[in-house]
Design a protein around this ligand. Structure first.
Ligand SMILES: CC(C)(COP(=O)(O)OP(=O)(O)OC[C@H]1O[C@@H](n2cnc3c(N)ncnc32)[C@H](O)[C@@H]1OP(=O)(O)O)[C@@H](O)C(=O)NCCC(=O)NCCS
Length: 167
């Protein structure tokens, strides 16, 4: 199947919330309770706040869609102090391992380079084996000293090369 990629629009907010919900229940089912995840998604992915973030020029939102423009995944990155943070990267579970996540972060990285960033970072739960494997494969390194130990999150950082290829 061919996938398409584009910057998110405010109208994508409900689809992004749905993708996040399915992906969180799949990814964190052995880490957080069903109720915790459901409440978290309602709160952190409220449609109105997603719409505001999508329109905020300091946030970068990319979506991956089917040929029928149905969202299957998204990436959300933004400014955090002097650095940039990849806040969220989630796909519907049936679309894993087809290169979509890699393409989403390549697109995010092009936008970060254009804004003058030379590196960016993300946090990934220490028990999220798929997430950790993905980031390591795509050029991130684990910086142990900067882990968020309270949340059991690894701090992972990627240096952006000046050309447009993978490091
Ligand atoms: C993380 C994620 C966005 C990566 O996107 P993707 O399209 O699946 O990844 P790509 O196809 O671009 O890259 C493939 C690599 O991702 C990792 N990966 C993806 N799916 C995997 C799976 N089911 N099992 C193990 N590793 C997996 C592997 O490192 C894989 O490389 P490999 O095939 O050589 O082993 C996606 O897997 C996802 O949505 N996972 C659930 C949510 C999540 O963990 N998000 C990150 C939160 S911090």
């Amino acid at each position: 199947m061919e996938f398409q990629y584009r910057a998110a629009q405010p109208e994508d907010a409900p689809a992004i919330q749905r993708v996040a919900g399915e992906s969180w229940h799949f990814t964190y089912k052995d880490i957080f309770t069903f109720e915790y995840i459901t409440n978290f998604i309602t709160r952190a992915y409220a449609v109105e706040s997603l719409e505001r973030q999508i329109q905020n020029p300091k946030h970068f939102f990319e979506v991956a869609t089917t040929a029928k423009d149905e969202a299957v995944g998204f990436a959300h990155c933004g400014n955090r102090g002097t650095d940039a943070e990849l806040f969220r990267l989630y796909l519907l579970p049936e679309y894993l391992r087809r290169g979509i996540g890699g393409t989403l972060i390549r697109r995010i990285e092009e936008r970060l380079r254009a804004q003058g960033y030379s590196k960016y970072f993300c946090y990934v739960h220490e028990r999220n084996e798929i997430g950790k494997a993905f980031y390591l494969k795509h050029g991130f390194v684990h910086v142990l000293e900067r882990d968020n130990k309270d949340e059991k999150d690894w701090y992972m950082e990627k240096i952006l090369s000046s050309n447009h290829g993978e490091r």
